[in-house]
Design a protein around this ligand. Structure first.
Ligand code: PAF
Length: 280
């Protein structure tokens, strides 16, 4: 049975009586196949499985989609019920930010937070780190689940748990894709069918870069250039970045490296911002 819980007191009370291990799946709702894979991993690993649903105002920029972000609690609850989550924790903003959203925030290190998406989304990762620290503090889970699509977020969360000596283990789950290769994202609902087809070329461009590195004749810069040339056929895709970053710490990588790194990209189709990555 799945129980909906709205207050910190109630979730703490039920957790005091729940079996360990406890697993937490953080979400902003609008659950899709990517979230379901996290929910399944959590359900499989842990005696008590919790999903939280909270659209975190702190991680949205002033011109981003906080107000129109899809909110479907009833439907999300059903998804959690179907996958046998024990508790859906869906607190109000006041529960999480009692001092309001001008609260003190956590500042992740610039070499992680100001690169890639951080270049255009100022304060985004500070907002993510702040909300995750609050939820980890409330729930104190043994495991917390994140998807590899939001790869930079995953590295920030790993930094967060280390920095604040939080004993929760961070579990990373692989990217789930739609049948055409497009990475699952809550923002895909904003795309038309035609735009989804165009967006699927982002994953193709990552696959192409990987193939070109594997061929042994392309350096990283040349492989990126080839992928950008491929993407330039689709004028609706506005690239924000296409970069290679070290697997260890998301640092820059030597141009001749052939493994141990990721290609990561961000692009806009209309006003919808999409990200994706591939590992080498
Ligand atoms: O990835 C997300 O949906 C959000 O950034 C998260 C981790 C739930 C924090 O608000």
């Amino acid at each position: 049975m799945t129980t909906l819980i709205k207050s910190i007191n109630d979730i703490k009370n039920v957790l005091a009586k729940s079996d360990r291990s406890v697993g937490l799946v953080p979400t902003m709702g609008a659950l899709h196949a990517g979230h379901i894979s996290l929910i399944k991993a959590c359900r499989n690993d842990c005696k008590t499985a919790i999903a939280y649903i909270f659209v975190n105002p702190l991680q949205f920029g002033p011109n981003e989609d906080f107000k129109k972000y899809p909110r479907h609690l009833e439907n999300d609850f059903k998804v959690c019920e179907e996958h046998e989550i024990d508790f859906v924790f869906a607190p109000d903003e006041k529960e999480i930010y009692p001092e309001n959203i001008n609260c003190e925030t956590i500042t992740p290190p610039p070499d992680l937070a100001n690169i890639l998406c951080g270049k255009t989304r100022a304060n985004h990762f500070s907002g993510v780190a702040t909300v995750i620290k609050r939820f980890l503090n409330i729930i104190q889970p043994d495991y917390v689940y994140f998807g590899e699509k939001d790869l930079q977020q995953l590295y920030i969360i790993r930094w967060l748990t280390k920095e604040f000596k939080i004993s929760t283990f961070v579990r990373a789950c692989p990217i789930i894709r739609e049948s055409n290769g497009l990475a699952c994202s809550s923002r895909n609902v904003y795309l038309t069918e035609e735009e989804k087809e165009i967006a699927s070329n982002l994953y193709k461009s990552l696959g192409l870069a990987k193939k070109n590195i594997r061929s042994g004749i392309f350096t990283i810069k040349k492989a990126i250039l080839e992928s950008l040339i491929f993407l330039s056929q689709f004028p609706k895709i506005k690239m924000e970045y296409f970069e290679a970053r070290d697997k260890e710490n998301l640092d820059d990588v030597d141009d001749t490296k052939t493994k141990g790194f990721y290609f990561l990209l961000a692009a806009k189709i209309g006003s919808v911002r999409l990200i994706d990555n591939i590992e080498l």
